[in-house]
Design a protein around this ligand. Structure first.
Ligand code: OXD
Ligand code: MN
Length: 595
């Protein structure tokens, strides 16, 4: 039985969507386990989900091969003035985009149920949380939202009769005629997919895709694109950042928020297993941080999500044991391979490669095949509470106080292992110029250098130059309570192409140095690009990295940095006179220091 709505504006949103999309039925989600089980049973019965014998209450989905990832070139920030979306976003005028999408939405839910999902980003009642309502015709989306967010009646109760909510309309764009057999993964063709954001109205319209961030609208659409625009107006921050707590042997806690582009090991860092004696790491979040200034003037962060939507390939007991131990039960896997004994598998999984599997397209697969068994963007949807190293305070309504911001990227050369910013403005400059080499997970040729400011390029819901200014404004407000800013590169290689730093758990040594910097206990040497660990300041006890590697990885190659200047200038030039003068001054300062 559908839950009753007592909120006039919400009822109007539901009625309008139903009139436009024409579903057979409307169902308001209560968020119960029974509801999840019922919907999953329907999908198991129809064959769109496959049960996994080896993992209780876990299933595998295979998406349509055309619907496997976020579609950045079909993603729009639709503001009345194009300049407000900025040079890094796709733009169509709101009237035009709405007219096109209304044409697609008309009758698009025929033959289907329209689900109304009340969800909270952040613990219900947290002063940092926000409520959204997702309307969708996909039961897969409902079940994923059950894991990724807090959903149901308790959210409706928090909303009351006139609370604020962010309307999110989603359709897979595949109406069913009477008697028509449904596809295992219904969706619309690529040219009909639209992931649209109207920041002036706090409104999200998504059409044509059932996958990940295109369809689970609480994540990238609400918690980053719309929230970043709201945060600017309201004076807080919505960032593409993991949050972790590090505890020293003496019991002192440090909270770190870190931003990295895709495929730079964000989930691995969030679930780090410290190799330095006596230090402990706990996970607060692996993808998104919402931060507000607290009564004491410090910056407090919550993880607005309740689950992990992690990339499966490459995840193993070697790379991320905590993630592996999160995945034993209650998981939705998408586009992984299926083994003959009823388990999932992907490239990089522990143990022997199975002699036979069913690949993500549902075909027989054997080792040596020219194709991968799991799609490179195959995912697990996992409840965060199942993570063995989830922080005891991960749902604390007021959040955790952030001490340190880290930016980074994947660079084979030039950028050293770690670098501390001279000042807040310099730290904002490091974030604004963050760069990474493309991997197989990105479009374009592997190894191309891309600027991905604050790892927010695909997620900033307004003009990126205004976003830099918002960071500067937040720093002005935080003053001496502002977190310290660092930049890392775990991926530097030797001339022979070998990684110089072991990474993974050993990264805790670098985080320890940052904590000691905060406490004024670790030394740094001043270089043209920032403050680097002085000789002996990094704790390398028990680590088998040759001295010459350490020297190379902490070297500042002035000529190579000078050669970066034109690319930095070009990057900033795209923002024209909207670029904050303080950013321009930082670039000039760097050029001057390099001589
Ligand atoms: C993600 C991403 O899925 O950043 O988190 O693409
Ligand atoms: Mn992400």
């Amino acid at each position: 039985m559908s839950t009753r709505i007592k909120h006039e504006k919400l009822q109007a949103f539901v009625d309008e969507a139903a009139a436009m999309c024409g579903p057979d039925e409307v169902y308001v989600c209560d968020g119960s386990t029974g509801e999840y089980d019922r919907l999953m049973a329907l999908m198991l019965e129809s064959g769109s989900a496959t049960p996994l014998k080896k993992r209780p209450n876990s299933v595998l989905f295979r998406s349509d091969p055309s619907d496997v990832a976020r579609v950045e070139d079909r993603t729009y920030i639709s503001t009345p003035d194009r300049a407000d979306a900025g040079p890094t976003n796709n733009w169509v005028a709101p009237d035009e985009l709405k007219a096109t999408m209304k044409g697609l939405y008309r009758g698009c839910m025929k033959g289907r149920t329209m689900y109304v999902i009340p969800f909270s980003m952040g613990p219900i009642g947290s002063p940092i949380a926000k409520i959204g309502i997702e309307i969708t015709d996909s039961p897969y989306v409902v079940c994923n939202m059950h894991i990724m967010t807090r959903v149901g009646t308790r959210v409706l109760e928090a909303l009351g009769e006139d609370g604020e909510f962010i309307p999110c309309l989603h359709s897979i764009g595949a109406p069913l005629e009477p008697g028509q057999k449904d596809a295992a993964w219904p969706c619309a063709p690529i040219e009909k997919k639209y992931i649209s954001h109207f920041p002036d109205e706090n409104l999200i319209w998504s059409y044509g895709s059932g996958y990940g961030g295109n369809a689970l609208l609480g994540k990238k659409c609400l918690a980053l694109r719309i929230a970043s625009a709201m945060a600017r107006k309201e004076g807080w921050m919505a960032e593409h950042m993991l949050i972790l707590r590090l505890t020293s042997p003496g019991g002192k806690q440090y909270h770190i928020a870190a931003a990295f582009p895709s495929a730079c090991g964000k989930t691995n860092l969030a679930m780090l297993q410290c190799t330095v004696e006596g230090w402990k790491c706990e996970t607060v979040g692996d993808d998104i941080a919402w931060m507000k200034i607290g009564p004491d003037g410090r910056l407090y962060a919550i993880n607005p999500e309740a689950g992990f939507f992690g990339v499966a390939p490459g995840t193993s007991y070697d790379s991320n044991p905590m993630a592996m131990d999160t995945l034993h039960e209650n998981i939705i896997f998408t586009n992984c391979a299926l083994t003959d004994d009823g388990d999932i598998w992907w490239e990089g999984f522990d143990g022997p490669v199975p002699a036979h599997a069913i690949d993500w397209k549902g075909r027989d697969w054997t080792p040596g095949s020219t194709e991968v068994a799991a799609h490179p963007n195959a995912r697990f949807t996992a409840p965060a509470r199942q993570c063995p190293c989830i922080c005891t305070d991960w749902e604390k309504p007021e959040g955790v106080p952030i001490d340190i911001f880290v930016f980074g990227g994947r660079r084979a050369g030039v950028v050293p292992l770690v670098n501390e910013a001279f000042s807040w403005d310099h730290g904002v400059f490091l974030g604004a110029t963050a760069s990474s080499e493309t991997t197989a997970a990105n479009i374009g040729s592997v190894g191309d250098l891309r600027r991905d400011p604050f790892a927010m390029k695909p997620f900033c819901g307004y003009n990126m130059a205004d976003y830099f200014q918002h960071w500067l404004d937040m720093g002005d407000r935080l003053g001496d309570k502002a977190p310290r800013i660092f930049y890392v590169n775990w991926f530097r290689k030797s001339a022979a192409g070998k990684f110089l730093w072991p990474g993974f758990g050993e990264n805790s040594r670098v985080l320890k140095w940052m904590c000691e910097r905060i406490d004024g206990r670790a030394g740094a040497r001043k270089t043209a690009i920032g403050l680097l660990p002085e000789e002996g300041a990094l704790d390398l006890e028990g680590l088998d990295v040759p001295g010459e590697n350490m020297k190379e990885i902490l070297a500042v190659d002035t000529a190579a940095w000078k050669a970066e200047i034109p690319s930095l200038e070009k990057h900033f030039a795209q923002f024209g006179d909207r670029l904050p003068p303080r950013m321009k001054a930082q670039l000039e300062g760097l050029a001057k220091r390099l001589g």
